[in-house]
Design a protein around this ligand. Structure first.
Ligand code: ADP
Ligand code: MG
Length: 323
């Protein structure tokens, strides 16, 4: 059923997410008004999901609502920020109330979980496009940045790598173990932003980033920003059974190294703080795996269990090369 623009905003987006005391004025005026706590730093990030680029047509709208917020919360997590507010710019081909109901349900459930209030946005007509901006809070100078890695740091990741990439592979590849199939799809469509783990690493990690484009690319950003390099031990990468089997049978490491959409955190920690980091991340409900070390030689280098340097041609870059 179609609804008008103003009905749509008031029905689906005017009371979405948590209700926060620091929101002086939310949806409904020309601007939202927010009370930023005295002395705190504001962390801001925006991400867009485009139909046909970031998700397939006819994707479950509830999962889209979740993912649009989740990928943004993942950026706040990577800085160690505490989420607070969000805005939503929606471009819709039509105003389908069934779609909107499901979308707002997915968005709202995740927003409530992290005490995020939707405070405004914009609604336009056109090809489906979802832009979310998030705002989070940080104690001054406490943000986990990309430019703090130092030679000797241990490199850690949360969770497992490559599941979302495997979910996108055609079914006939048959690396989707039947019972793991739903789990892979869930990892792709319902990513869990590592918000608690990011906050747990504040004051401990020297650098952090969330893995949205793939480990090599994202760790590469950290290395470049920090003026260092990284050595990874392939055998240590945390892999689910399906991804482990895929790698074993094909010898292709592109899923855990380059597929992206994992939304795990990758961070570096001085070696003497290793067990403290482990305890904190575990308490935050995440698994932590040490996968390598920061060194001085520029670039990210991957070593096999035999100590050989992985041939860059096997890294999966072929997916991104122009035809
Ligand atoms: P303006 O013309 O001033 O941009 P709009 O008519 O676009 O105002 O929006 C009216 C109010 O509804 C504003 O407070 C705006 O922030 C909010 N709003 C519009 N679209 C959305 C949306 N998709 N989600 C949340 N708030 C929205
Ligand atoms: Mg507007």
């Amino acid at each position: 059923m179609a609804v008008t623009e103003f009905e749509l905003i008031s029905r689906f987006f005017s009371r979405l997410g948590a209700k926060r005391e620091d929101v002086i004025l939310g949806v409904g005026d020309d601007c939202a008004l927010l009370r930023v706590p005295a002395g705190m730093e504001l962390a801001v990030s925006v991400d867009t999901l485009v139909e046909g680029v970031h998700f397939a047509p006819h994707t479950d709208p509830e999962s889209l609502g979740h993912k649009a917020l989740a990928v943004n919360l993942s950026d706040l997590a990577a800085m160690g920020a505490v989420p607070a507010w969000a805005t939503l710019a929606l471009t819709l081909p039509d105003s389908d109330s069934v779609w909107l109901e499901a979308f707002s349900r997915g968005f709202s459930a995740l927003a409530k979980r992290y005490r995020v209030q939707l405070i405004g946005g914009d609604t336009t007509r056109g090809p489906l496009n979802i832009t979310v901006q998030v705002h989070g809070l940080l104690a001054p100078g406490s943000a986990l940045r990309r430019d703090g890695a130092r030679p000797g740091d241990l490199i850690g990741v949360t969770g497992a790598l490559g599941d979302a990439g495997l979910a996108l592979r055609p079914l006939q590849d048959s690396y989707h173990l039947a019972d793991a199939c739903n789990e892979l799809q869930r990892r792709l469509e319902w990513p869990a932003p590592r918000v608690e783990a990011g906050q747990a690493l504040v004051g401990i990690a020297r650098s952090a980033i969330d893995i949205s484009d793939g480990l090599l690319a994202d760790l590469g950003h950290v290395a470049e920003a920090s003026g260092v390099g990284a050595r990874l031990q392939l055998a240590r990468l945390p892999l689910s059974p399906g991804v482990a089997r895929y790698v074993k049978e094909t010898g292709d490491w592109s899923l855990p190294l380059a597929a992206g959409d994992d939304y795990e955190l990758c961070f570096s920690v001085a070696p003497e703080r290793r067990s403290e980091a482990e305890a904190r991340v575990l308490r935050a409900g995440c698994e932590l795996t040490w996968i390598g070390v920061i060194d001085e030689e520029p670039g990210v280098r991957c070593f096999t269990a035999d100590g050989d340097l992985l041939n860059p041609l096997a890294r999966g870059y072929e997916h991104f090369r122009p035809a």
